[in-house]
Design a protein around this ligand. Structure first.
Ligand code: GDP
Length: 435
């Protein structure tokens, strides 16, 4: 996976930005042995693209003066990275150390994305623009504290990643072969029971996948006349999770299964209250950008009372994924097994979907005419046009003359779902401001 190194002088907010990018992923930390002892790499992903985020925050030594040591840190990072994320404090402006980092980065010729941090509001936007003076390209205004702009920042970073097609394991457009499903859920929700029911012993074909986690084994299972690839079923059947450190490995395992999957079936156990661990798995899937189906298992145990509370729990805890189709099943009795495949197919179709630019723009024109973006700083931002920049999952980019409030972007996202569906797939709406 591509490596992104975060560099910058102390106190510009590197660590906050790293945490912001990782969300709750801090659990998956690995120490990369190598040149510098303090280097820490994290698994991260953006729109389904996994990458490694290297935090250089711990590298500073001041023996040789701050500017020099920060510049050296940037040099190491640049050597190791595919993309350098250079963080500058917009409220302070360019310091000697920033200038020193810039010189080093120029000489390494790595792609650099410039983050103008601490742009917490409109007041700092002009300050951010001063950072054009560094000569490393467009400063992207972000607030690591509030999360503002980080999506645009990651878009800019991801633009330097190698093409999806070049990366092994990713489905290129038109790619053949069975589609890949990750069956996920905390221990004991019934994953292996479901797998056994779906597979039936004689139809199981073990498919050892080269170049993946050493003991990851996928299975090809025929359902509804179609062959599907279930990812890392060895991990499900082997019950590795009951060993020590199970939680940690479960998280890592889930994220590596997600990397190779296209759609996740998240299994939950309705005989117990929804647990924090269930929500964590759902969040991991959301972050991965994969299609998602929620399967509520052990439905045979449900009584009226529990059913009432379950609905409340779902409303309260899973409202952010109201777009995911739900199936109520029992791996034990076989209840509603036939609903699983159509739900998976729905999710994948949405994940693959592309709205033609013409149709998208006539839709948008009508929407904006009825509900224009809110005036901001006395100016009415105009949306010039929109395009669907990517599929798997669908990603829409709005080209505008000014900043659109997050509320308005969310409004557009909601309306996209209302009018075009996308059931079972995450979608993303971002913006590019043109003067
Ligand atoms: P895993 O850890 O997610 O793979 O869960 P298992 O498949 O090992 O199942 C955990 C327990 O739940 C076992 O005792 C299963 O028999 C039971 N179980 C699985 N599915 C169902 C179901 O649909 N109904 C009931 N009542 N029990 C189930």
């Amino acid at each position: 996976t591509p490596v992104v190194a975060v560099v910058g002088r102390p106190n510009v907010g590197k660590s906050s930005l790293v945490n912001r990018v990782l969300g709750r992923r801090e659990a998956v930390v690995e120490d990369v042995p190598g040149v510098t002892r303090d280097r820490v790499a994290y698994d991260a992903s953006w729109l389904g693209r996994p990458f490694t985020l290297v935090d250089t925050g711990g590298w500073e030594t001041d023996a040789e003066g701050m500017a020099a040591s920060v510049a050296r840190q940037a040099e190491y990072a640049a050597q190791a990275a595919d993309v350098v994320l250079f963080v500058v404090d917009a409220t302070v402006g360019v310091t000697d150390a920033d200038a020193a980092v810039t010189r080093v980065l120029r000489s390494t010729r790595r792609p650099v994305v410039l983050a103008a941090n601490k742009v917490d509001g409109a007041a700092q936007e002009a300050e951010a623009m001063e950072l054009w003076n560094l000569g490393v390209g467009e400063p992207i205004a972000v607030s690591a504290l509030h999360g503002r702009g980080t999506g645009d920042l990651l878009d800019a970073v991801a633009a330097h990643f190698p093409d999806r097609e070049e990366e092994a394991g990713e489905r290129a457009s038109g790619e053949e072969g069975p589609r890949r499903i990750a069956l996920l859920g905390r221990p004991n929700v019934g994953k292996s029971s479901l797998l056994n029911r779906l597979a039936g012993e004689d139809r199981v074909v073990v498919d050892p996948t080269a170049g993946t986690t050493r003991d990851a084994v996928d299975e090809l299972i025929e359902l509804g006349g179609i062959t599907w690839k279930f990812i890392d079923t060895a991990g499900i059947r082997r019950r590795f999770r009951r060993l020590q450190g199970a939680d940690y490995y479960a998280t890592v395992r889930t994220s590596s299964a997600l990397e190779r999957a296209e759609v996740a079936v998240v299994l939950m156990d309705v005989s117990e209250p929804l647990a924090e661990q269930d929500i964590r798995v759902v969040e991991q899937v959301m972050e991965s950008g994969r299609a998602m189906v929620l399967a509520f298992n052990k439905w045979d145990t449900l009584d009226e009372d529990r059913r009432y509370y379950l609905e409340k729990e779902i409303d309260r805890q899973l409202s952010r994924v109201s777009w995911a189709p739900r199936v109520n099943i029992s791996a034990r009795t076989g209840r509603h097994m036939e609903k699983l495949v159509p739900a998976i197919e729905t999710g994948l179709a949405s994940w693959d979907a592309r709205i033609p630019t013409g149709r998208l723009n006539s839709w948008l024109k009508e929407l904006v005419a009825a509900t224009p973006p809110p005036v901001r700083g006395g100016r009415q931002p105009k949306i010039l046009f929109a395009t669907q920049a990517d599929v798997r999952p669908p990603h829409f980019v709005l080209f505008t003359t000014g900043f659109l409030e997050d509320n308005y972007r969310r409004f557009i996202e909601r309306r996209l779902r209302e009018d075009f569906g996308f059931e079972g797939s995450p979608i993303k709406v971002s913006m590019r401001i043109r003067e």
